[in-house]
Ligand binder design. Sequence first.
Ligand code: ZN
Length: 54
Amino acid sequence: MAWSKPEPEYADEVVWQCTECICWSRQEFVSELKPHCSICGAKMIEQTRNIRIK
Ligand SMILES: [Zn+2]
């Protein structure tokens, strides 16, 4: 029996998405209540995104 490659897993997760650029971060890495983009300084909004979790 051959080993099967582990398949990457994706899930819909709520992330912080910058309103001005493509930058986004996972909520678990953001401690601020209303974070601002680390790249351009614009405000960020909560958005659901299908991201790779494994
Ligand atoms: Zn930005």
